[in-house]
Structure formats: structure tokens, C-alpha cells
Design a protein around this ligand. Structure first.
Ligand SMILES: CC(C)(COP(=O)(O)OP(=O)(O)OC[C@H]1O[C@@H](n2cnc3c(N)ncnc32)[C@H](O)[C@@H]1OP(=O)(O)O)[C@@H](O)C(=O)NCCC(=O)NCCS
Length: 268
């Protein structure tokens, strides 16, 4: 559910993510999102007006102020930092041709099968054990929120790849297709075309740093490329010390930064 109001030349939208909303995996339950006019040169003025507006509302504890803005607009970055925002997430794209498929001795990398469902779910949950330390807190209902989403993935496009050693799943990548076409939500963020979306990637804690993530993604990038993707994209959290190094090394470049203040009342 969402509600919109005008704030000068900007639009302020409130999203309510009730119990059962998959957005709760990474988001606060109530989010006020600002849409400043494109290419504005006075972000500070929009943020001041927003701060005044929030002072008249009574946001709950599980809330955030959020805005997506082009990562390379340095003037806006100054304004966001001054108003208490943190760069919680980056939407990054990779459009270069895939390199060679990399392998790791003794490890099989392949598409997941139905029998791998519980193992992949366990791996996906473990991603949130880690990201809960370095970005949004892990919610107690993480498994409940993830299970139906992953089930649809297994029953639908089946864009899930795993790395397995000795019959045990030790890394997984869950992906999807996203079509950016005129007037679609995706076109607000991505150049037009058919994109591979890299949703959840994780290596088992004891196997990290052994080249599995790189090998897994080399296959994912090749398969998307050969299936006609214009590129692949994903979100990662800059405070995540593993992801913030890993993704740029795999060829991803920031396009949008998601700036956030939690709780929403902390905007200043
Ligand atoms: C991010 C993540 C998926 C990366 O997976 P990984 O399997 O550890 O990644 P890799 O081992 O392929 O690469 C990471 C680094 O390990 C080292 N490495 C790679 N191959 C190696 C090898 N054969 N031997 C030893 N070290 C190696 C390198 O330092 C590499 O970085 P480099 O590209 O500078 O060489 C993993 O750290 C993870 O699961 N993190 C927690 C969950 C998470 O944050 N997920 C991402 C959410 S966006």
C-alpha cells in the first residue's frame, strides 16, 4: 500500500510493508520515499523541506526515510550526509561481455534442481545472518518471507545456480529476469533491455575466499549473456566488507545509491 503527497517540486510517497511483505527482508515496515525532480541542483533544499514535513508526522520505530539517487552526483552526496542519510545500498550494473567460465577443483557448479530446494533456502537464510550485521537487521520471520519467494523461483524460471562439493551445497546464486521497457518500474532505474537480476548470492561461511563466488558468477554471467541479457544488475550494501569488494571485482559499477535514515524520525 502506498500514499503520495507533493512536497514543493518533489513527491513524497509512503510505503506500508505489512506482515508477510517480502520487502521486509531488507526494508523498514514504513518507508517515506522522496522523489526529487530529475537533475535537481539543490538537494539540500528538498531535504530541508522533507525534514520539516517529517517533524509533523509521527513515524513508528520500524520506519525509514529513503531516496534513490544517481551514484555519481557528488553535490547531492554532500547534502544527504549533512541530513543524516547513509548510503545503505547500491544498485550496480555489469554490461561488459562475460569472461571465461572459471572452475574450482573438486566443485561442481550447476543449475539447482528440485531436490536442492531446502539446501538453497538454508543458504539464502544464512545470507541474512551476515547482512543482518552489516545492513538491515535480520527479521525473525526471514525464513517465512523467503520460502514462498524461492518456491516460485524453483517452479518458474529456475534461475538458481549452486556450487556443490561432496554432495553438499556450499554456494548459491538466485537470479531472475527483469524487463526494462517504456513505462515499466524497471525503466526508472535501468536502461531499456532485458536484464539478468542477481538477487541473492552466498558462499557457506567456511568456504568463503576460496574462489567459489567468482566461479559461480562466471557461469551466471555467461548464461545470461548467451540468453540475450543486455547486462546484469544487483544491489549490495556499501557497509558489507565482503560484498563491497567482491562485486566491483566481478565488474559491477554503481548506478544508483539508496540513501536511508532509520528510523524516519532521525532525519535532520
Ligand atoms: C560475497 C560472497 C558471496 C563472495 O563469495 P566468495 O566465495 O567468498 O568469493 P571468492 O572467494 O570468489 O572471492 C573473494 C576473494 O576470495 C579470494 N580468492 C579467490 N579465489 C581464491 C582462491 N582460489 N584461493 C584463495 N583465495 C581466493 C580473493 O581474495 C577474492 O578476491 P579477489 O577477486 O580480489 O581475488 C561471500 O563473501 C559471502 O557469502 N558473503 C556473505 C553474504 C553476502 O554478503 N552476500 C552478498 C550479498 S550482496
Amino acid at each position: 500500500m502506498s500514499h503520495e503527497e507533493r512536497l514543493g517540486e518533489a513527491v513524497l510517497r509512503r510505503h506500508d510493508y505489512g506482515p508477510g511483505s517480502v520487502e521486509r527482508l531488507w526494508s523498514a515496515a514504513e518507508v517515506w520515499q522522496l522523489f526529487p525532480p530529475d537533475k535537481t541542483t539543490d538537494m539540500d533544499a528538498h531535504l530541508r523541506a522533507w525534514c520539516d514535513r517529517m517533524a509533523k508526522l509521527a513515524p513508528p520505530a520500524d520506519s525509514a526515510c529513503m531516496v534513490n539517487w544517481p551514484s555519481h552526483d557528488a553535490h547531492a552526496i554532500r547534502a544527504f550526509l549533512d541530513h543524516g542519510f547513509v548510503p545503505i545500498s547500491i544498485l550496480a550494473t555489469r554490461t561488459s561481455p562475460p569472461g571465461e567460465v572459471v572452475t574450482v577443483d573438486g566443485v561442481t557448479i550447476r543449475r539447482a534442481r528440485e531436490a536442492d530446494f531446502e539446501a538453497v533456502l538454508g543458504m539464502a537464510i544464512s545470507t541474512f545472518d551476515y547482512t543482518g550485521l552489516v545492513s538491515s537487521p535480520k527479521r525473525p520471520e526471514t525464513e517465512e518471507l523467503l520460502r514462498p519467494q524461492l518456491k516460485r523461483q524453483f517452479e518458474g524460471d529456475q534461475l538458481v545456480w549452486i556450487a556443490e562439493r561432496g554432495g553438499e551445497v556450499i554456494a548459491a546464486a538466485e537470479c531472475g529476469w527483469v524487463e526494462s521497457e517504456p513505462d515499466s518500474w524497471a525503466a526508472e532505474l535501468l536502461p531499456h533491455g532485458r536484464w539478468g537480476y542477481v538477487n541473492n548470492v552466498v558462499t557457506a561461511p567456511g568456504a568463503r575466499g576460496g574462489g567459489l563466488g567468482q566461479a559461480l558468477m562466471s557461469l551466471v554471467h555467461n548464461e545470461f549473456h548467451h540468453a540475450g541479457a543486455v547486462g546484469t544488475y544487483l544491489y549490495y550494501n556499501p557497509p558489507n566488507p565482503l560484498a563491497s569488494v567482491f562485486w566491483p571485482r566481478q565488474g559491477y559499477r554503481p548506478l544508483w545509491t539508496i540513501w536511508e535514515v532509520r528510523p524516519a524520525s532521525a532525519i535532520r
